[in-house]
Design a protein around this ligand. Structure first.
Ligand SMILES: [Zn+2]
Ligand SMILES: [Zn+2]
Ligand SMILES: [Zn+2]
Ligand SMILES: [Zn+2]
Length: 153
């Protein structure tokens, strides 16, 4: 998955001898002992917040995401922009942070990844087949095959 922009947030000490730092959030001088550095700018710990949920990104500790001038926490970024796609079985959206199963270009909820004919669940190592863009188990795949075969006799 490709993020538009994932940036690290680091807590850095304010150097008393260095030139004054201005917070990119509120444009005021930073006088605290520590400040956040992100997006090549400096921020008060209180000023670097997720545009969506207002959580302090410095406390989440590591990364923020930017898109269209929004600064977002990972959770909101994924919620807003990180859809994986629609489940090929139930057609509902699969959020990006959810585990998915893939078969060719199709993605499935873990719960939906079952034979679409007999509902048998697949487990790791099981063979599955794509037929008319449906996932089917080996039995159903071969069963149909054999029927088709016998009809020609
Ligand atoms: Zn500030
Ligand atoms: Zn957020
Ligand atoms: Zn589904
Ligand atoms: Zn089946």
């Amino acid at each position: 998955m490709v993020f538009d922009k994932e940036e690290s947030v680091s807590l850095v000490p304010l150097q008393s001898k260095g030139k004054p730092r201005v917070c990119a959030g509120c444009n005021r001088r930073i006088r605290e002992r520590f400040m956040l550095q992100a997006l090549d700018r400096y921020w008060h710990e209180d000023c670097l917040k997720c545009a969506c949920c207002d959580c302090r990104l410095g406390e989440l500790g590591s990364t923020l995401f930017t898109r269209a001038n929004l600064i977002l926490c990972r959770r909101d970024y994924l919620r807003l922009f990180g859809m994986t796609g629609n489940c090929a079985a139930c057609s509902k959206i699969i959020p990006a942070f959810e585990m998915v199963m893939r078969a060719k270009d199709n993605v499935y909820h873990l719960d939906c990844f079952a034979c679409q004919l007999c509902s048998q669940r697949f487990y790791i190592g099981d063979r599955f087949f794509l037929k008319n863009n449906k996932i089917v188990c080996q039995q159903d795949y071969e069963g149909d095959h054999q029927n088709g075969h016998s009809e020609t006799h």
